[in-house]
Design a protein. Structure first.
Lengths: 504, 339
């Protein structure tokens, strides 16, 4: 296939090394105006490194970047932004302490002789938001908004002003279905304006829906560039993983007869400010999925079950006994453990080693006076590293340098080291690559087979269905119904979630 | 049926409060400080009967002009998430330097700019340590504090009287500010001017907004392409410059310079800024709040002297108040991060 058009951005022979490790090895990459391009690969494939190279956040050790055929060596993000190359990063990187308007306009605020013209700034920000069809008051502080809205503001910031290349790094990971549709509408509009868009997502459906072209990376090497419509999904996954994909297709689901198995955890009319009147039953060895949109109360319920937040009313019953998991410490003591959806801020402690991260909760539970010996810590960590297949298999590495998938496994190991009765996993596969995702899913299945009860929360309905034996549907803080997952398909589940609430 | 929170019946007052909080939530601690100041005024007036007089009120400004100037500079630094422990010592050093230069016959038109420049240079030094050598602001400014204190002793071990009329004029001139016995001195005007300039710079310049951005999240500010390095250096330079100006004002206030001047003043300054509602983690706070913080500090001192109690009670009260404010701040931060 020959392309005669000139690419907007063309990277040649990009190489980046971090000490001994080569993160990017002689990679070629190009983007065309008016096209949505996807960069695919597992975590550690070099996607982030390549993006940082393009957007000036990182200097290439060797290789060239051409913007419109002219060499572009951005000294920093500011220069790249000025040249019209903008990024919305995976972790929202705006300023919660400033107003929405400032977050959009910062660095190019309208000014008069006496300084920043706040009125004009509000107006321009409102215009940008309006253009994107977003109804957000530009005068409000960003921190008062939900993560999803903050994400949209980040995109508004990127698209205001003259834009050549827009990089969206995992933009959909915290958006619900409506918001994703909204984002895609915006992407198509920008595409029509001739912007080259780099869309990075772990959601294959979304990649196939929106992208024209795919570049696949693996272990820092270029696998190839393809047109999305000519590339079968199964082939794409194969290229990303570099191994057979049959494991994607088959996944044993823990078969539990809820009627006959004893219930380990029950709630009666559990309520708080965010959820109301939740009654659920979790059997031994069962995986119960929570399905619902962002804000449906799925995370809030998980936090109530595990003592992170306190319930206002109702009861939690463990083994037939009324318990009140009023604090995480007490909940863990009861065997109720929680893995947060915010892996980076409420999970992994990046500065500590893998061994310390794994033994952290156990040590906390033992208390300060029963300190685990270093050798014991390492031994314990090493056994979990082996059991869960954490890569690289080192106890002494800082946890922050691990890929997302491996960090998630470290978190899982931390909880499993507590020998819990119930595992509540909130979005354990968010933002990690397909290979790791499958591994986490399989781990959950194995744990359930060995008698562990798991609550599994995910925004991906397909995943919830694959992993769970029953699915509890949440909407507006209420449990709508609980259905065995073999009676559900993604489409029927979606329909149930999307069904308008007729109760009020 | 039980309703969840967002569905609560629309109450015009509640929604107005909601709107105010989502737009101006960061002013709440400033109002808290103002409330405390008013409560102190009312309480002291009720107790003493003669507290709310023009003399006492204007002395809040006139006796604490140097502190107010330091607090404005400190606000810039704390807003970036840093701290400047050197300001008290820098004030003492520039005061000593100025006094000795004046004694040796240098003209005041040279001496005052030198004092300001030396202050700014010391501030820039702290900024360079923080920015280019990755030293913790606490440590970098601690080093600068010892250095400046040492330099002050090097100038002279004993007090130097200042007889320069232009300097003494700054404190000695009493200008009628309002009918009655409302007076203000040039030092007071200077301090208020610094407050006004500080407020405008923080609210209406890119530099000012970048200060807030850095305090919000330095990494994000960098990724947004904001000039983080320049801004941080400038913030420390401004704090140093304010310390130099405070040196001028304090020299005028006492009519002499003494190398032990201003010991612990950096802590008073930080206390005033924090009481005024500026978050020690950076990114939230106002110069006006710091001014209220200084007035709260001054009012506590006045109340203690009205009571005829030991001035050590000032420290104890400030300590207690500081504790309350820091706890309140933690609550605010914890609540906002829960969203």
């Amino acid at each position: 296939m020959s392309e005669t058009r000139q690419p907007v951005i063309e990277v040649g022979g990009a190489t980046v090394r971090f000490q001994a490790e080569t993160a990017l090895d002689n990679v070629d990459f190009r983007m065309f105006a008016g096209e949505v391009h996807s960069l695919m690969g597992e975590n550690g494939a070099g996607k982030s490194t390549l993006i940082k190279g393009i957007t000036g956040a990182l200097h290439l050790d060797s290789g060239t970047i051409m913007l419109d055929g002219a060499p572009a060596n951005f000294a920093g993000p500011a220069e790249a932004q000025h040249a019209g190359v903008r990024t919305v990063y995976q972790e929202i990187d705006l300023l919660p302490n400033l107003t929405v308007a400032e977050n959009i306009m910062l660095g190019r605020e309208p000014r008069r002789w006496w300084g920043i013209d706040w009125k004009a700034m509000q107006r321009e920000a409102a215009a940008v938001l309006d253009e994107l069809g977003l109804d957000i008051d530009p005068g409000t502080l960003l921190g008062t908004h939900s993560l999803a809205v903050q994400q949209l503001v980040a995109i508004a910031r990127a698209v205001s002003g003259e834009l050549r290349v827009l990089v969206l790094d995992e933009p959909t990971s915290s958006l619900d279905t409506d918001e994703v549709a909204e984002l895609f509408r915006i992407i198509r509009e920008l595409k029509d304006r001739g912007v080259a868009i780099l869309f990075i997502s772990h959601f294959l459906d979304q990649v196939y829906e929106i992208c024209d072209r795919v570049t696949v990376l693996r272990n820092g090497h270029l696998v190839g560039e393809y047109l999305t419509r000519e590339l079968l999904r199964i082939d794409l996954v194969q290229k990303m993983l570099g191994r057979s994909t049959e494991e994607l297709v088959l996944l044993p689901r823990a078969e539990v007869d809820v009627e006959s198995e004893p219930a380990i955890l029950e709630t009666r009319a559990l309520s708080s400010s965010r959820v109301s009147d939740i009654t659920l039953v979790l059997a031994e060895g069962e995986v119960l999925g929570f399905a619902g949109l962002l804000g449906s109360g799925r995370t809030e319920l998980a936090r109530l079950l595990t003592g992170i937040d306190r319930a206002d009313g109702g009861s939690v019953i463990l083994d037939g006994k009324n318990v009140a998991p009023g604090s995480p410490h007490r909940a863990i003591g009861l065997g109720l453990t929680y893995s947060s959806e915010n892996r980076r801020t409420e999970g992994i402690i990046a500065e500590l080693t893998v061994a310390e991260n794994i033994t952290l909760a156990l040590q906390a539970q033992r208390g300060i006076f029963r300190r685990m010996r270093q050798s014991r810590q390492r031994e314990l960590a090493a056994s979990w590293i082996e059991a869960l297949g954490i890569r690289p298999a080192s106890t002494e590495l800082r946890a922050g340098v691990l890929s997302g998938g491996n960090q998630q496994k470290v978190l899982l190991a931390r909880l499993l080291a507590l020998a819990p009765r119930v595992l509540v996993l909130d979005e354990p596969t968010r933002g990690i690559d397909i290979g790791a995702k499958v591994e986490v899913q399989r781990l959950v299945g194995e744990l359930a087979e060995n008698g562990m009860s798991v609550v599994f929360i995910s925004a991906e309905l397909e995943e919830v269905l694959r992993v769970s034996s029953r699915v509890m549907l949440l909407r507006d803080g209420r449990a709508i119904e609980t259905v065995p997952s073999d009676q559900l398909t993604v489409d029927t589940l979606l329909a149930m979630i999307a069904k308008p609430d007729d109760g009020s | 049926m039980t309703m969840t929170k967002p569905a609560v019946a629309p109450n015009p007052v509640a929604s107005a409060v909601q709107k105010f909080l989502s737009r101006r939530g960061s002013w709440v601690p400033v109002f808290a400080a103002l409330l405390i100041l008013i409560i102190m005024f009312v309480g002291a007036q009720a107790y003493f009967g003669n507290f709310l007089t023009p003399r006492v009120i204007s002395s809040l400004l006139l006796d604490n002009a140097y502190l107010l100037i330091l607090a404005v500079g400190m606000t810039f630094v704390i807003l970036t998430g840093g701290i400047d422990l050197s300001v008290g010592a820098v004030m003492a050093f520039t005061g000593m330097l100025g006094a000795s230069l004046l004694r040796d016959g240098s003209p005041v038109t040279v001496v005052v700019p030198v004092m300001l420049l030396v202050g700014a240079a010391l501030g820039l030094g702290v900024g360079i340590l923080v920015q280019y050598f990755g030293v913790q602001p606490f440590i970098a400014s601690l080093a600068a504090m010892f250095a400046a204190r040492g330099l002050a002793f090097m100038v002279s071990l004993s007090s130097i009287r200042v007889e320069e009329p232009a300097i003494l004029w700054l404190q000695g001139t009493r200008i009628q500010a309002a009918p009655g016995s409302w007076f203000i001195t040039p030092t007071g005007i200077l301090a208020l001017l610094v407050v006004v300039i500080g407020t405008l710079v923080l609210a209406y310049t890119r530099f000012g907004r970048t200060i807030y951005a850095i305090g919000g999240n330095e990494q994000s500010a960098r990724l947004m392409g904001l000039p983080v390095v320049r801004t941080k250096l400038l913030a420390y330079t401004i704090s140093g410059l304010c310390a130099g100006l405070a040196g001028v004002v304090f020299t005028a206030y006492t009519g002499a310079s003494y190398p032990l001047n201003g010991i612990g003043t950096e802590l008073d300054t930080i206390a005033a800024v924090v009481i005024g509602g500026t978050l020690l983690t950076g990114g939230s706070g106002y110069v006006l709040g710091s001014m209220i913080g200084v007035f709260v500090y001054g009012a506590i001192k006045s109340v203690i002297s009205f009571l005829g109690a030991e001035q050590s009670w000032t420290r104890i009260t400030i300590g207690g108040l500081l504790l309350v404010f820091v706890v309140v701040q933690r609550v605010i931060v914890a609540r906002s991060s829960r969203r």
